[in-house]
Ligand binder design. Structure first.
Ligand code: ADP
Ligand code: ZN
Length: 758
């Protein structure tokens, strides 16, 4: 009896065992099968052959095999098993991330297009065969052939268009050139033209309309780049698993190194995966690689349509691609012969998936590379504490770029103490005098300005000045953020999206004294427009770029100089290379510092350093002005000096002393319930069952306690932490508890190596 293990997309569910009946050929690992689960039939993925079962266990038959070739390559199936194990998730959930869109459907999701071309044998109508089978045959000969005398002028015109395109033309394009379906139909009936359907791979590059940065391939590397390149080449040439941390200040030319290394690895017959936090934010990287590798590059990220992702995925799977550029899920791209994985901006929190399976793209990349004996390059100006610590401990090779290319100086950073500013100018001041003067100055010199505030919306809350009533979310324990759309005010929850219109008068006491509290990017934009009426101002945050293509549009307007000032959230702090920017203003550097999160300082340091790095990348030197209430805080001080090693030394003392990562591992569990007591009771039970496993003293349990975000989407939340030095012990203990309490599957979220703990 051929028994197979199948993963189905059900949270926390382990592998299921099925029999393959005689009527069905044994499906290979990585193939999809339809299997009965309870009373339903689901699409699952074969993970293992020769499954073992206990004596007398009842095993059901699979209903159908969907693929006779594996859809997922076996190494990717194995990688997903690792993900499920490490992140305490269901194997089905892990596999779902690796599957191309449409994998659960049966019909082909390829897009087809109809192509018309001249038929070679005019006497062979309707046959699917087409030009090219007969060398020397001139398709234009039909035009003179007596056979075709009866054609209308429009049919003649269509033939001459087609004769210039021996490979045929899509009917959509012919339509644009005035060749109607009726005209084509007539030609098909005459046997002069054949129509056929071909696969039309959707190519996301076309629509992104990315400007070719016009790379100068002969460009000399700087001495520092050269040394780094030599080291990286040597590592790549070993053909073994290695991890290099490329710590290079902003503007030190890391991208150029990625490209040269990729060329070297491809030249040796192996393939390359380049991971980026968000493609729309770094279009120049994708364009650069596209310029070098042409259509041997594929792109994979979540902003693509399912159709585009599907087509790109299958191009990779068919081996038509040497370089994959993508966001975190690209780590599962079905590339074979992987020789190099580059994780650009490796510290970026978008590599962590904040839903099940809660994997970290960088960490999965390292595991994948170790199995496929590839080189990993982690690049950043502000490495994560984890990666830098690993380099310090000798696990990673550290390669440093200390200077910007062409010796462009780093931006000078100036701090503005907002406490003084409030004392002098009153509580309504948002843009300090120094920053305002600097903006004025840049506008006069026709230079560009970035203004960062890491908080979207207009204000953080509205309240009534008379009775103090505020707008809280009825489902979540947060106040609603106010947004302005045209003349309307709406208060919206950033967690569950609940929204209400803000009335003119207070709902409770009817007094017309509603007041805004706090600032978001919308309000900064408004202030700037008031203060600098002549300036062309754009805004980039999640609200302004909701429409597809909007982000690319705004960024390209800014980079082509059609905007003078760009206001935005951390989206504008990442990787961009805007040579015209000479001033960066940071409105509240301390937005993240108040959070009860052990990574708050690290995040603040990273954000400030990155955003300061956007200034002065062109010929003119740059300046950053940072407004803060805590000018003496070390993360702000050291970001101003852009002194990463000093920040690391300081932060390490705190992490070690408080026993936080990277010195211990953390696992966060959140239990949800209809009431607080409900959630608390269940959390207590889980912790009680975990306790015996702490006897070995490799980990401790903290909590349960109310989560900082006590209510979310109407549910109450209670959390606990496991903290210890041996992650495996914690994971195994958790898995055992989960296995013994199937009812908690839908109420418990486990986050291994959490990035944010809210
Ligand atoms: P990073 O990614 O380290 O912040 P980039 O790779 O974006 O830096 O490089 C910064 C700028 O320097 C880019 O405009 C890039 O084209 C340019 N650049 C990189 N290497 C060189 C070089 N060897 N000579 C001249 N310009 C270079
Ligand atoms: Zn809400």
């Amino acid at each position: 009896m051929p028994l197979i293990s199948v993963a189905v997309p059900v949270p926390f569910l382990d592998l299921l065992t099925y029999n393959v009946p005689d009527s069905i050929d044994l499906p290979p690992i990585g193939a999809r099968v339809r299997v009965p689960v309870g009373t339903r039939t689901m699409t699952g993925c074969v993970v293992q052959h020769d499954a073992l079962i206990g004596e007398g266990t009842d095993v059901r038959d699979i209903a159908e095999a969907l693929d006779c070739e594996p859809l997922l390559p076996a190494p990717i199936v194995e990688l997903c098993r690792w993900v499920a194990d490490y992140y305490v998730a269901g194997i089905g959930d892990a596999l779902a991330v690796a599957m191309p869109p449409g994998a659960r459907a049966r019909a082909s999701a390829f897009k087809k297009r109809r192509v018309a071309m001249l038929s070679v044998a005019g006497s062979d109508p309707g046959d699917g065969s087409h030009a090219g089978s007969d060398p020397g045959d001139d398709p234009t000969q039909h035009l003179e052939s007596p056979h075709h005398r009866g054609l209308t002028p429009r049919q003649q015109a269509a033939l001459s268009i087609l004769s210039a395109a021996p490979a045929g033309l899509p009917t959509s394009e012919l339509r644009d050139r005035g060749v109607t379906a009726a005209v084509l139909g007539g030609l098909v009936r005459h046997g002069l033209v054949v129509l056929r359907d071909e696969r039309d791979d959707r190519d996301p590059f076309e629509r992104a309309a990315m400007a070719d940065p016009g790379r100068d391939a002969s460009r000399e590397l700087t001495d520092e780049q050269r040394r780094a390149a030599d080291e990286l080449f040597a590592l790549a040439d070993t053909g073994e698993f290695r991890v290099a941390l490329l710590h290079g200040v902003t503007g030190s030319g890391k991208t150029e190194l990625y490209l040269r290394l990729a060329e070297r690895v491809c030249g040796s017959g192996r393939r390359v995966l380049l991971m980026v936090p968000e493609i729309a934010l770094t279009p120049s990287v994708a364009a650069l690689f596209r310029g070098a590798f042409g259509d041997r590059v594929a792109i994979q990220h979540s902003a693509l349509s399912d159709g585009e992702r599907h087509d790109q995925w299958h191009r990779i799977r068919r081996g038509e691609v040497d370089v994959v550029i993508g966001t975190r899920s690209a780590v599962f791209a079905p590339l074979d012969r992987l020789g190099l994985v580059i994780v650009d901006e490796e510290h970026d929190s978008s590599y962590k998936q904040e839903e099940t399976p809660r994997y970290h793209g960088r960490d999965v990349a390292i595991v994948r590379a170790s199995r496929e004996r590839a080189l990993v390059v982690l690049g950043s100006a502000t490495p994560s504490m984890e990666s830098y610590q690993n380099a310090a401990a000798g696990k990673y090779v550290r390669i440093t770029l200390e200077r910007r290319v062409l010796d462009r100086p780093l931006a000078a950073v100036r701090l503005v103490n907002m406490r003084t500013e409030y004392a002098d100018e009153g509580p309504d001041i948002v843009i300090s005098r120094d920053l305002a003067a600097a903006i004025e100055d840049r506008l006069a010199r026709r230079e560009q300005v970035l203004v960062l505030l890491n908080r979207r919306g207009y204000s953080t809350a509205v309240f009534c000045r008379q009775c103090g009533d505020t707008f809280e979310c009825p489902n979540c324990s947060v106040s609603l953020t106010v947004h302005r759309a045209h003349a309307m005010w709406r208060a919206r929850c950033h967690y569950c999206n609940h929204s209400v219109t803000v009335p003119k008068a207070c709902r409770k006491c009817a007094a017309p004294y509603l007041e805004h509290k706090g600032f978001g990017t919308e309000r900064i934009e408004e202030r700037l427009r008031e203060q600098f009426p002549g300036a062309r101002i754009g805004r980039v945050d999640r609200d302004s770029v909701r429409r597809k293509g909007m982000l690319t549009h705004l960024l390209s307007k800014f980079s082509s100089g059609e905007l003078d000032v760009l206001v935005g959230t951390q989206m504008i702090a990442k990787g961009h290379d805007f040579p015209g920017v000479t001033l960066v203003g940071v409105i509240s550097a301390d937005v993240g510092l108040g959070l009860a999160d052990f990574r708050a300082s690290e995040r603040t340091f990273q954000l400030l350093t990155q955003v300061a790095g956007r200034a002065g990348r062109g010929e003119r030197t740059g300046e950053a002005i940072v407004q803060t209430l805590y000018p003496e805080h070390y993360s702000i001080q050291l970001a101003c000096r852009q002194d990463y090693p000093a920040f690391f030394e300081r932060e390490v003392v705190y992490r070690r002393g408080m026993r936080y990562p990277p010195f211990v591992a953390l696992i966060n569990g959140v239990v949800r319930g209809r009431s607080f007591e409900d959630a608390m009771q269940l959390a207590r039970e889980i912790v009680r069952r975990l306790e015996p496993a702490t006897a070995a003293a490799t980990f401790t349990i903290l909590g349960p306690a109310p989560a900082p975000l006590g209510r979310l989407r109407g549910e109450h939340r209670v959390q606990f932490f496991l903290k210890g030095t041996r992650r495996a012990d914690m994971r195994i203990a958790l898995m055992q508890v989960v296995a013994g309490m199937p009812e908690i599957r839908r109420r418990l979220t486990i986050d291994v190596d959490p990035l944010s703990v809210l």
